[in-house]
Design a protein around this ligand. Structure first.
Ligand code: PMP
Ligand code: GLN
Length: 380
């Protein structure tokens, strides 16, 4: 029997491929983005309590109301935009499901979706599965700045959606207020939707502001804000996040959500609702991760890698063009096999796998792990 693939050009993700190689060679793993320290015990205890309190059956389809309510308060406090918890917030299986669901609910065959490259890897397969056509704007290392005139020129009558990601994986760049205002101007008076991937919303450095799309009235009216508790609370394995969008968009989103997952892990939602009530549980993260970024970037100083400190996320790019002109995939492989250090070659996020001679390192790690990695980097 022959079954034509719906994703003929897609293989195994770079995170799985590199992660497997790292384990095989017992390398220090700074590749896939996940912390190697534990989450707050209070959060773990709250999940256990929720289970023992009997919250073990299906949660309501859009999520436990108490959790949607605190998410709504959080967004209102931080960004001044009000999402009604009843009709405008849905709890999802990580940001990945929020993104997939928003795309599936709105993208029809031949609709165009503007994607800024380099891009996180889950957008394009979702567009392809729905028959959509990605239209690309390339951002160039090392600034990864958006040329908003070039962006505007990509808009056509077929443009259905734009996907942005700030703070940006893999570059660590954040969109400024100026970027968001330009985006708002270009989209004003169009029918174009915005999918704003904000999973690193609480990891922004040097006193800068995370410019959520929800802060901009016209953008908010057309946006899906996608977020991840996995990233925020050091529990990527729990795969829980949410989507916030105006009611008329959320109604369509939920039509897909209810038949895709129906509802999300109930005890964890109860725990998150309580944990999220304390602002400090997420407001301290900027400082917490900035210390890790600074530890990592200072440790790279004096090595042969070129480092422009990340503005947000828990990733740091390192340019190795002073060391070798090998392809980034080859150099990343050699770092694992010969030096026992794993990173992600960023060509895998780039348009046509453009090779900038840059690797991505995740610094969401214990200090001792980072120290061992830095020793290796200094020796190369
Ligand atoms: N978007 C970006 C930019 C990411 O880096 C990730 C990885 N966490 C996701 C979305 C997916 O998030 P989640 O693990 O909550 O599905
Ligand atoms: N978001 C993680 C990263 O960029 C990867 C998660 C995954 O493996 N899908 O490293």
């Amino acid at each position: 029997m022959q079954h034509p693939s719906k994703l003929p050009n897609i293989g195994t993700t770079i995170f799985t491929t590199v992660g497997n190689l790292a384990r095989k060679h017992n390398a220090i793993d700074l590749s896939q983005g996940f912390p190697n320290f534990e989450a707050d015990n209070r959060l773990l205890d709250l999940v256990s309590k929720a289970m023992h309190d009997g919250h073990n059956q299906y949660a309501p389809m859009p999520g436990y109301y108490g959790l949607r309510d605190v998410i709504s308060q959080k967004i209102e406090t931080l960004h001044g935009h009000s999402y009604h918890p009843e009709s405008e917030i849905t709890v999802t299986v990580g940001a990945t499901q929020a993104i997939f669901t928003a795309i599936t609910a709105f993208v029809h065959p031949n609709d165009e979706v503007i994607v800024l490259k380099p891009a996180y890897d889950c957008y394009e397969p979702a567009i392809a599965l729905n028959g959509g056509v990605p239209v690309y704007l390339e951002l160039k290392a090392p600034s990864f700045a958006v040329d908003w005139t070039a962006f505007k020129n990509l808009i056509s009558p077929k443009t259905k959606m734009v996907i942005i990601n700030t703070p940006h994986n893999p570059s660590g760049r954040i969109f400024s207020r100026g970027d968001m205002l330009q985006l708002q101007e270009v989209l004003r008076r169009t029918n174009i939707l915005l999918l704003s991937d904000e999973v690193y919303e609480h990891i922004v450095f040097d006193g800068q502001q995370h410019e959520s799309a929800s802060r901009f009235k016209d953008l908010a009216s057309r946006s899906f804000i996608c977020a991840s508790f996995g990233k925020t609370f050091h529990v990527t394995g729990w795969k829980m996040g949410y989507c916030a969008a105006p009611k008329h968009l959320m109604d369509e989103f939920r039509k897909v959500h209810q038949f895709n997952v129906f509802s999300v892990d109930h005890p964890t939602q109860r725990a998150m609702a309580e944990y999220l009530n304390t602002k400090e549980h997420y407001t301290h993260l900027n400082r917490f991760y900035q210390e890790k970024r600074d530890f990592f970037t200072k440790g790279v100083d004096g090595s042969r890698f070129i480092c422009k400190p990340s503005q947000g996320t828990y990733f740091q790019l390192l340019d190795y063009s002073n060391i070798t002109d090998e392809a980034d995939t080859d150099f990343a492989k050699r770092l694992i096999t010969d030096y026992k250090l794993a990173s992600i070659p960023i060509s895998s996020f780039n348009l046509n796998n453009r090779d900038d001679k840059v690797l991505r390192f995740c610094f969401a790690k214990k200090e001792e792990t980072l120290e061992r990695a830095l020793d290796i980097l200094q020796g190369i």
